[in-house]
Design a protein around this ligand. Structure first.
Ligand SMILES: C[S@@+](CC[C@H](N)C(=O)[O-])C[C@H]1O[C@@H](n2cnc3c(N)ncnc32)[C@H](O)[C@@H]1O
Length: 212
């Protein structure tokens, strides 16, 4: 069994050993605020659409977005995560759950998503694959589609990046933004959100980008 973040076995072991310490075991409060946001005309700022959640883990956010009318596609390559998501589904939170490597998602999915939701997936990936991640996001979003990310944990990779201890691998928000800008996304919003949970205060940042 390879001890490698690129391989699902490492993540399956975390789940089996009860070491999924990243999970809030509840929907992410910042995303719940976004779901409730309305503009001056009383329209939802993030209206329901087709949304991809890569590295969806135990699926709390997937079920929350589904409950709010989104057509959710939750992707994770760890069998334990996929089984946990399948077991937690209710008629109210029904959505697609796909066991797959996010770097190998089908070309048939290109430009089919109104949104991609990112939370603690980017920091789980091999830091040498960050540009590859940006390319996946860019190809899956529809033109006009939005990337909604809570960048966590904020920090710096060491050099060379493959020597950085992790996961989680630290996330530099400007670098994440630059990777996606290079793939044709435009920054729409960036903020330290007040709904961040206490233990993560100062360690995460909301980023919203849009594909041109
Ligand atoms: C740190 S966990 C975060 C889970 C969830 N987003 C959360 O906030 O609770 C990272 C998840 O990404 C999954 N993952 C890591 N690399 C992946 C890849 N290349 N393709 C699909 N899933 C991946 C892992 O199996 C794990 O469930």
């Amino acid at each position: 069994m390879r001890d490698d973040v690129n391989h699902p076995a490492k993540w399956e072991r975390y789940y089996r050993e009860g070491k999924a310490g990243w999970s809030l075991h509840t929907p992410t409060p910042v995303f719940q605020h976004l779901l409730a946001e309305e503009d001056a005309q009383g329209q939802r700022v993030f209206p329901p659409g087709r949304i991809l959640i890569p590295g969806a883990g135990l699926g709390y956010d997937a079920r929350e977005f589904a409950r709010h009318g989104f057509a959710v596609v939750a992707v994770d390559f760890a069998r334990d995560a996929v089984e946990a998501m399948q077991n937690a589904l209710t008629p109210e939170t029904a959505h697609a759950i796909v066991q797959a490597d996010l770097f190998q998602l089908p070309a048939a999915w290109n430009e089919t998503f109104d949104y991609v939701l990112e939370y603690t997936c980017f920091c789980a990936l091999d830091p040498t694959r960050r540009d590859e991640y940006a390319a996946v996001i860019a190809r899956l979003l529809k033109p006009g589609g939005k990337y909604i990310a809570l960048a966590f944990p904020l920090g710096e990779l060491v050099h060379p990046p493959e020597m950085t201890p992790g996961p989680p691998f630290p996330v530099n928000a400007p670098q994440l933004i630059a990777l996606l800008q290079a793939r044709g996304l435009v920054l729409r919003r960036r903020e330290i959100h007040p709904a961040t949970i206490k233990p993560r205060k100062g360690r995460e940042e909301l980023i919203v980008m849009q594909k041109q």
